[in-house]
Design a protein around this ligand. Structure first.
Ligand code: PEP
Length: 248
């Protein structure tokens, strides 16, 4: 049985006062049947961890370097993220693939480093609008999954997030059939590669998940939760998404 996951990606947003929303989430979801994760910007991680003390809310980073240490100004190693007590790291978000030219091989190397440090890697994949319109989405997903997920991954060390680029921050989402089709494909590709272990790997949908569409999305087969951007910044928005997941 896969434990559902509501993950929030704050991107380059937030502040120390904004972390007060963790207190509101703690009050609202003291015994949530699903996992709740927040990924604030790196400078806020330690404060976020202090705010989650005594609660089941997990904290993760938004990226890590593939190397253990070295001359990589501005980067942070997976072991550093683990050392402060964070437990997840997002890798391969489309904003990094597009903005920094990260390739599938680089994303896989980052995920491998994260797993070696004891973190769970959330590997993001997803097609562009042009690829969707050219009916290439499924091929793109297959290739990104094969290229970005490291060998030896398990349900403990890997989460995959399907995030169509054109749905991120736009208010547009795929049809429910399109989401279901991609998630079924991801599950079968992972099964072909990892056998029974694939059944324990959580698959998230991400891209304009909001309180008013969450219930419908979470009802789909093989959708084990969501990676949420904008709607994870305020407890008023994130909390109903967590509730919808808990009900699903
Ligand atoms: C994201 O950044 O991963 C994301 C899904 O953003 P939003 O929910 O704002 O579309």
């Amino acid at each position: 049985m896969r434990r559902k996951l509501a993950a929030g990606n704050w991107k380059m947003n937030g502040s120390i006062p904004a972390l007060d929303m963790i207190g509101a989430l703690k009050l609202k979801h003291p015994e949530c049947p699903c996992d709740v994760l927040l990924c604030p910007p790196a400078p806020l991680l330690t404060h976020a961890l202090q705010n989650t003390a005594g609660s089941p809310i997990f904290i993760g980073a938004q990226d890590c370097h593939a190397e253990e240490k070295g001359a990589f100004t501005g980067d942070h190693a997976a072991a550093m993220i683990a050392e402060i007590g964070a437990t997840y790291v997002i890798v391969g978000h489309s904003e990094r693939r597009e903005g920094y030219g990260e390739t599938d091989a680089q994303v896989a190397a980052k995920a491998r480093a994260a797993q070696a440090a004891g973190l769970t890697a959330i590997v993001c994949i997803g097609e562009s609008l042009q690829q969707r319109e050219a009916e290439e989405a499924l091929d793109v997903i297959k290739a990104q999954l094969a290229g970005s997920v490291p060998d030896g991954s398990s349900g403990e060390t890997l989460v995959v997030a399907y995030e169509p680029i054109w749905a991120i921050g736009t208010g547009k989402i795929p049809t429910m059939d399109q989401i279901a089709e991609v998630h079924a494909l991801m599950r079968s590709e992972l099964q072909a590669r990892f056998g029974d272990e694939a059944d324990s790997i959580r698959l998230l949908y991400g891209g304009s998940v909001k309180p008013d569409n969450a219930t419908e999305i979470f009802a789909l087969n093989d959708v084990d939760g969501a990676l949420v951007g904008g709607a994870s910044l305020r407890a008023e928005d994130f909390s109903p998404i967590i509730e919808a997941l808990a009900r699903s």
